[in-house]
Design a protein around this ligand. Structure first.
Ligand code: GLP
Length: 264
């Protein structure tokens, strides 16, 4: 696991975008797993800049979003569908047919089958090459709240009260935040060929500390990335505050950059 710590949010976002660009240049038909939330916004803005100013091409890219609130229509301003269109897709040359976001309006009786089909679609696309992740304050990824099976697949998940409170800032009232979501499972995420997890701000420091340096546990679903073969964690200084081996991560990230230069 490579842990890249940058001085602030903007720098972290820029470096994460360079990382995505590198993967995209190597594989123009990249299949990307996408996350919502405030954390990846800077990364998305930088990718948009790269597309507009440098001609970074997304025409062959396929995307799969991690999750969606159940009960919100795709045009609801707080839906993840709306979020993705506003903050990324409308500014890229991505083919709308290649965009996949769980549908929050699937009828309850059809949900199980719908979730299986979402997994099928990922497989049919050849699997996810690069999964972008944020992290909740309780260490969740997607909406895989504490206690989610580490082998879980795409399914309906009840949000914790903490997540509902955290996400209430985007809604006008806390009781408007849906209680349920459709989310890729932890097992689904783990099948991606590569994972990039982003975290910024002091409020994430504890979750980052336990996810990276604690034991692997379903109580902190992000900790499962310790078992993945190719993971890069992008942090700003504040999110790295509780890491004990920070000096080594900085040393290793520097050494890795030098090594990449030697190879090219
Ligand atoms: C939600 C999303 C997660 C996201 C988390 C953190 O729960 N389902 O994918 O990582 O919020 O969001 P933020 O980046 O806004 O802190």
């Amino acid at each position: 696991m490579l842990v890249v710590i940058k001085k602030d949010y903007d720098e972290m976002s820029r470096v994460a975008a360079m990382f995505v660009r590198d993967r995209l240049l190597r594989k123009p038909d990249l299949v990307i797993g996408l996350a919502t939330g405030s954390t990846p916004l800077g990364l998305y803005q930088e990718l948009i800049r790269m597309h507009k100013e440098e001609g970074l091409d997304f025409s062959r890219v396929t995307t799969f979003n991690l999750d969606e609130y159940l009960g919100l229509k795709s045009d609801h301003p707080q839906s993840y569908n709306f979020f993705m269109r506003e903050n990324l897709f409308k500014n890229l040359n991505i083919d709308p047919h290649n965009i996949h976001i769980p549908d929050g309006m699937v009828k309850p009786a059809e949900l199980d089958e719908y979730c299986v089909r979402y997994e099928d679609a990922i497989r049919e696309a050849g699997g996810i090459d690069l999964q972008i992740l944020g992290i909740g304050r309780d260490g969740h990824i997607g909406f895989n709240e504490p206690g989610s099976s580490l082998g879980s697949r795409t399914r309906v998940k009840t949000l914790t009260q903490e997540t509902i409170r955290d996400n209430a800032r985007f809604f006008s009232r806390a009781d408007e935040v849906p209680c349920y979501s459709i989310t890729m499972g932890v097992g689904t995420v783990m099948e991606a060929l590569e994972i990039a997890l982003l975290a910024a701000g002091e409020t994430k420091a504890r979750a980052v500390g336990v996810a990276i340096e604690g034991g692997v546990t379903a109580q902190v679903t992000a900790s499962v990335i310790q078992l993945h073969r190719r993971v890069t964690v992008f942090l700003d200084e504040d999110a790295s505050l509780m890491l004990k081996r920070k000096d080594y991560y900085n040393f290793a990230a520097g050494a890795e950059e030098d090594f990449e230069k030697l190879k090219s």
